[in-house]
Design a protein around this ligand. Structure first.
Ligand code: PEP
Ligand code: MG
Length: 553
């Protein structure tokens, strides 16, 4: 029998096993005793250390490429941020050591970032890493980093710095477990991009011993300690099945009876397009435009946006590309859109509500999209996030059509719009269900909050009923209903979603192979029967179990 199970948030669907190697704990905090050097000498030391760390981060970024490079370059900029330098110099002028000045100045900055919460809050760990690196250099010791026990291992850390994740040796690191960090932390983003089996936010992992054997099951978000031989065998078989799915020929998504189920990609920037095509994406089901906006203090110009959208659309000639207009607010706050303080930002001026309050931003985005559409061969669809009412849906569809957008639809992420999907789809051209938010709002559980993570499960029959409602509304109105939340990346749940009426599935490109393989095992009638079994359950775990039973019948 298994001794312990630790839970966290699984990234991707992989499973791996191996001995634990722990990341070294950060060095102790420096003391605030006065420096024996002059303030000028300390300033020179700190400047040298900061410059060296920034260059090293840039070099690591250049070696890693891709999203990692952007993250590391952003960290290098943090290291050399002039405001931070002023803060450090103020402390040096008071006679403190370079080590303490860096420690204290960075800590006060990180506390401000953490207090902002959401996406910015998760950048606080990046700042900590920069501070640790500068302090290590001032002390003349090695920067904290990934261990090398001499054999392949499961890496256990508090949270991984982007600099470490970027250069992980995938032949040695079998899986990753972090005690901190949420699904939108950089560790999670980079693990997803590199297809590393990972579980983040596994608070119980602090107790894992060096060298002990564990199974890391990302699909279930569970770390099994002291596994039995049967458990190890089962995990090995699952890993082998995944490897077989990954090497199976790339075909268009379909059920066993030939019913087509287009498999589309969720993308956050145009650079991801080539990899998505290589993994067999038949188009894009969700392009998240907020990543274009998040790094700037004001909205990008129409020209900048047009360039980015043109790049994206050009990668998919003749294919469907669904672009979502800006979804700002809640976990993705934007200073120029979400300035008012909100106690409950997820229930506040978010998504289409925020755009409506700053309609010029929406109009500029639609202008850029229409121009990119005219210049390319892709089949552009545009949708609005967080639509809660029929009236909001009409508002968006009308304004999109005014700009010449041919296919305008809405995301169903709020229970109210799922329940009234028949009215929404009488007018909108399509619906795309965002299961991440739909689950958050149905179960009243903040998707970023670890303490309520067990509620955030799209298998819950209440969520499935709402999806069935939308599927049925699509059928009656003859309109497509896609799924673009994480749920579509869970192979068995993907079958259930098709059984509930979804006509396409969109997911992280690395999940496509598994979903394709599983869809091919079931006919549409079987998919409906599996969905019925899940719907009849009382809770998420029993729905998953019932679906597994029905699928094996
Ligand atoms: C969703 O909510 O399921 C979704 C796809 O949108 P996001 O995750 O970007 O909020
Ligand atoms: Mg959403």
């Amino acid at each position: 029998m298994t001794m312990t199970e630790l839970r966290g948030v699984g990234i991707g669907l992989g499973v791996a096993q191996g001995p634990v190697a722990r990341m070294a704990e950060p060095a102790p905090a420096p003391s605030d005793a006065p420096s024996a050097l002059t303030a000028g000498e300390e300033t020179a030391r700190v400047t040298d250390a900061v410059t060296a760390v920034a260059r090293e981060l840039e070099e690591r970024g250049a070696a890693a490429g891709g999203a990692a490079q952007e993250v590391l370059e952003a960290q290098a900029m943090m290291a050399e941020d002039p405001t931070l330098a002023d803060e450090v110099n103020t402390r040096l002028a008071q006679g403190k050591t370079g080590e303490w000045a860096v420690f204290d100045a960075f800590a006060s900055f990180r506390n401000q970032l953490s207090a902002m919460g959401g996406y910015l809050g998760e950048r606080a760990a990046d700042l900590d890493d920069v501070a640790q690196r500068v302090i290590a250099r001032l002390r003349g010791v090695a920067a904290p980093g990934v261990p090398d026990p001499g054999y392949p291992f499961v890496l256990v850390a508090k949270d991984l710095a982007p600099a470490d994740t970027a250069l992980l040796d995938l032949d040695k690191v079998l899986a990753l477990i972090t005690t901190d960090g949420g699904p939108t932390s950089h560790t999670a983003i980079l693990a997803r991009e590199k297809s590393i089996v990972a579980i983040v936010g596994a608070t119980g992992a602090t107790g894992l011993r060096e060298g002990e054997m564990v199974i890391v099951d990302a699909a279930a978000g569970v770390v099994t300690t002291e596994p039995t031989t049967e458990e190890l065998d089962r995990a090995q078989n699952r890993a082998a099945d995944r490897a077989a799915a990954a090497s199976a020929p790339i075909t268009d998504g379909a059920l066993a009876d030939g019913t087509p189920v287009p498999l589309l990609a969720n993308l956050g920037n145009p650079e991801g397009a080539a990899e998505a095509v290589a993994l067999g994406a038949e188009g894009v089901g969700l392009f998240r435009t907020e990543f274009l906006f998040l790094s700037s203090s004001q909205a990008p110009t129409i020209e900048q946006q047009r360039e980015s959208y043109t790049k994206l659309l050009s990668a998919f000639p003749g294919k469907k590309v669904v672009v979502r207009v800006l979804d700002a607010g809640a976990d993705k706050p934007l200073a120029f859109l979400n300035d008012a303080h909100e106690e409950n930002p997820a229930l506040g001026l978010r998504g289409i509500r925020a755009l409506r309050a700053s309609e010029d931003i929406l109009r500029e985005q639609l202008t850029a999209l229409a121009e990119a559409d005219a210049a390319t061969e892709a089949d552009l669809w545009v949708m609005a996030p967080m639509v809660a009412t029929v009236e909001e849906s009409r508002y968006f569809v009308d304004i999109a059509r005014d700009y010449g957008i041919k296919t305008a639809g809405v995301m169903v992420e709020v229970p109210s719009s799922a329940l009234l999907a028949d009215r929404i789809l009488a007018d909108a051209d399509f619906a795309s269900i965002g299961t991440n938010d739909l689950t958050q709002y149905t179960l009243a559980a903040d998707r970023l909050l670890g303490s309520v993570a067990t509620f955030q499960d799209p298998w819950h029959p209440a969520v499935l009923r709402l999806i069935r409602e939308v599927g049925e509304a699509g059928r009656i109105n003859g309109k497509p209903v896609g799924i673009c939340g994480e749920a579509a990346a869970d192979p068995l749940l993907a079958v259930v979603l098709v059984g509930l009426g979804a006509t396409s599935l969109s997911m992280a490109p690395t999940a496509i192979a598994d979903v394709r393989a599983t869809l091919l095992e079931h006919t549409i009638d079987q998919a409906r029967a599996i969905a019925d079994a899940a719907l009849a359950a009382d809770g998420a775990a029993s729905a998953r179990f019932a679906a597994q039973q029905a699928a094996n019948r």
